[in-house]
Design a protein around this ligand. Structure first.
Ligand SMILES: O=C(O)CCC(=O)C(=O)O
Ligand SMILES: [Fe+2]
Length: 208
């Protein structure tokens, strides 16, 4: 399957795959997600924020989309596998469910890394953790890589900025940006720090 690839950085790897989603797929996926949009939460390591705290870090709305709920989602996960060489399946826990994400005017996401920095110790030692949800999250492991789709062209702003790599990725309809979050020893690759610049005009739809 040919894909137009724009390589922003080799180490750490940061690429854009252009024209991966068709208009029709975008329409189908956004209409599946719209009824479920909720204010986005924020979680990083042990930091859990309430929704008001979250909104200062990340002002967007998200909807979870399990791949089994529609063939368009299952096909998309297959396509991501073909592009990245990674296995995806949110039932088996190989990947997380897809998340539709929308920022209104002024919407942004402060710089962060996507990995939780779990490391081996956190994974293996859950004796001190009481919350069953948190134990399950730790057992799922860390986020190896991120694929993020842009579902529309943003009139102004909304770039995904990687300040330590020195790259700003412009949202373009149907393209996907891909990077790895972990080093080979499983620790977080802090060079992948990134954030979403404020949307200056229009709205921004994304999915990852
Ligand atoms: O919307 C973006 O450009 C970045 C989103 C992001 O980094 C995230 O949701 O983890
Ligand atoms: Fe992120």
């Amino acid at each position: 399957m040919p894909a137009l690839v724009e390589q922003h950085s080799l180490d750490p790897e940061l690429v854009t795959f252009h024209r991966v989603l068709t208009k029709r797929q975008i329409q189908e996926i956004t209409s599946l997600g719209i009824p479920f949009l909720q204010q986005a939460a924020f979680r990083s390591g042990n930091i859990k924020e309430d929704s008001v705290g979250s909104f200062k870090i990340r002002s967007s709305y998200t909807a979870w989309l399990q791949e089994d709920t529609h063939p368009v989602l299952k096909n998309l996960n297959k396509k991501i596998s073909a592009l990245t060489g990674l296995h995806l399946n949110d039932n088996k826990g190989y990947s997380e469910a897809l998340q539709l994400n929308v920022y209104g005017a002024g919407g942004y996401y402060s710089p962060h890394v996507d990995a939780f920095n779990l490391g081996d110790e956190a994974y293996n030692n859950t004796d001190d953790v009481k919350d069953p949800g948190e134990i399950a999250e730790r057992r799922e492991g860390d986020r190896i890589a991120t694929v993020m789709f842009y579902m529309n062209d943003v009139e102004a702003g909304g770039y995904t900025a990687f300040p330590r790599i020195g790259v700003g990725v412009k949202p373009t309809e149907g393209s996907a940006v891909f990077w790895t979050n972990l080093l080979s020893d499983g620790s977080t690759d802090v060079r992948t720090l990134h954030g979403a610049c404020p949307v200056l005009k229009g709205i921004k739809w994304g999915m990852y």
